[in-house]
Design a protein around this ligand. Structure first.
Ligand SMILES: [Zn+2]
Ligand SMILES: [Zn+2]
Ligand SMILES: [Zn+2]
Length: 370
C-alpha cells in the first residue's frame, strides 16, 4: 500500500513528464527539419568508420522521435497521472477535478495525434468499368451498370459509384466479396469491360546497404534482426519484398527499395533505422508524397509548407477534422485542383488521382528521379 505522500509525488512527476513531452512535441517541426547549410558551404559532411565516402548531408543516424510514438507516450503518462491524482484524498476537490479534466483533454489530444495517416496503398475493393461502345458517355455506362447489377436482390453494398470524364465508372465496395458479386453480374452484361484497380503497397528505401547482401538476405535481416521495430508484428499477414536497388555514391553499396505492408511501413518509418547484416542503416519512406502539404517529390520531413493540408478538401486542417467530410460533401483533390485537371472528386491519397499515379509510377521506376 502506497502512502499518500508517495502517490502525490508520483502524480507530479508524471504531470511534469507530460509537460516535457508536450514541449518536445511542439518543437517537433524544428527537430524534423534538416539544418539549412550555411551560406557558402556544401552542407555538413560526416564520416564514420563503416562508411568512408562522402555522406548525404540529409542523412542522420540518430532515430528521430515519431509523432505517433511520442503521442502514445504522452497519452500513457496522462492516464497514469490521472489515475494517481484520483487516488489522492488530501487535496482540494475543485483543484483535483480541474486537473483531472485537463489530463483527460491531454489524453484525447494525444490520441488524435497518434492517428497520423498510413500511406494509402490503393483501395483493395475497387473496379473500373468501361464500355466497349466508344461513343458511350459515363452516364450511359452508369445506366448499363445499374441495369446489370441488381443490388437489392443480390445484397451487394456499394460505397461509392463515380463517373470520370473519360467515360469510366469507378465502383468501390466495402469488401472483396461485394466486388466479386458485382463483377460476376457485370460480366453477364455484354459490352462492358471490368478491371480491378491495382493495389500497391507502400515503399521504403534503406540507405547505403552493402551490395553483397542478396534480396533474400535483406528480407531475412528485416525479419530477424530488427526486433526494435518489429516486435509483436504478426508476420503471417506481412508482405516484404525488395523491388529494386538504387545506385549509391559508394560503389560497394546500394539503396534497396522495398515494397512492404502498411503496418510494417509504419514500424520501419517510425524506427528510422534497420540492421542489415553487419550494418545499421537509415530507413526512409520512399513514397514521394508529403503528408503535410500533400505535394510530391519530398516527404513531410523536408516540407517547406507551413500548415497541414486536408487530404479530403485541401483546406488548412487535419483530414480527420474535415467539416466538409462530416457534411457529406464530395472530396476535392488539392493536387488535381493545383494542376487544373478536370477530375478532382477524390482524396489526395487516392489511387484514382492522376497526379499521384504519375508520381507513384516514377517512385516505382528503376530510374532515379532525384
Ligand atoms: Zn510538403
Ligand atoms: Zn477538409
Ligand atoms: Zn488528384
Amino acid at each position: 500500500m502506497r502512502t499518500s505522500a508517495e502517490t502525490e509525488s508520483g502524480a507530479f512527476v508524471s504531470l511534469q513528464a507530460v509537460g516535457e513531452f508536450a514541449g518536445r512535441l511542439s518543437l517537433y517541426d524544428e527537430i524534423e527539419r534538416p539544418p539549412a547549410p550555411a551560406a557558402g558551404t556544401a552542407g555538413t559532411k560526416t564520416q564514420d568508420l563503416t562508411h568512408v565516402s562522402v555522406r548525404d548531408d540529409r542523412l542522420t543516424e540518430v532515430p528521430e522521435p515519431s509523432i505517433s510514438r511520442t503521442a502514445s507516450i504522452v497519452n500513457k503518462l496522462a492516464l497514469e497521472a490521472k489515475t494517481e491524482l484520483e487516488k489522492l484524498t488530501n487535496i482540494n476537490k475543485t483543484v483535483k477535478e480541474a486537473v483531472i479534466s485537463k489530463l483527460c483533454a491531454i489524453g484525447e489530444l494525444s490520441l488524435r495525434l497518434e492517428e497520423t495517416p498510413l500511406p494509402q496503398c490503393g483501395p483493395a475493393h475497387t473496379i473500373i468499368v468501361t464500355s466497349d461502345e466508344k461513343a458511350d458517355t459515363a452516364d450511359q455506362v452508369t445506366e448499363k451498370v445499374r441495369t446489370a447489377v441488381d443490388s437489392r436482390k443480390r445484397r451487394v453494398c456499394v460505397d461509392r459509384l463515380r463517373k470520370t470524364r473519360d467515360q469510366k465508372v469507378i465502383i468501390s465496395c466495402p469488401t472483396q466479396k461485394n466486388i466479386e458479386k458485382i463483377s460476376g453480374q457485370l460480366k453477364e452484361r455484354k459490352g462492358l469491360k471490368i478491371r480491378q484497380a491495382a493495389r500497391k503497397l507502400p515503399l521504403v528505401v534503406i540507405r547505403d546497404v552493402r551490395k553483397e547482401n542478396t534480396d533474400e538476405d535483406i528480407v531475412k535481416s528485416i525479419r530477424k534482426q530488427n526486433k526494435h521495430a518489429t516486435a509483436d508484428l504478426d508476420w503471417s499477414s506481412i508482405e516484404v519484398k525488395v523491388k529494386f536497388r538504387r545506385r549509391a555514391k559508394n560503389d560497394l553499396e546500394c539503396h534497396p527499395v522495398l515494397e512492404v505492408s502498411p503496418e510494417l511501413w509504419r514500424r520501419l518509418v517510425d524506427a528510422g533505422y534497420v540492421y542489415v547484416g553487419l550494418q545499421r542503416r537509415p530507413v526512409w519512406d520512399q513514397s514521394p508524397q508529403c503528408t503535410q502539404c500533400l505535394g510530391f517529390g519530398h516527404t513531410r520531413k523536408y516540407c517547406m509548407g507551413t500548415a497541414e493540408k486536408c487530404a479530403r478538401c485541401g483546406g488548412e486542417h487535419k483530414s480527420q477534422a474535415c467539416e466538409k467530410r462530416q457534411n457529406g460533401e464530395p472530396p476535392k483533390c488539392i493536387n488535381c485542383s493545383r494542376n487544373k485537371l478536370d477530375d478532382t472528386a477524390h482524396g489526395a491519397f487516392s489511387s484514382e488521382c492522376s497526379v499521384r499515379n504519375k508520381w507513384d509510377a516514377l517512385a516505382r521506376a528503376r530510374v532515379s528521379y532525384a
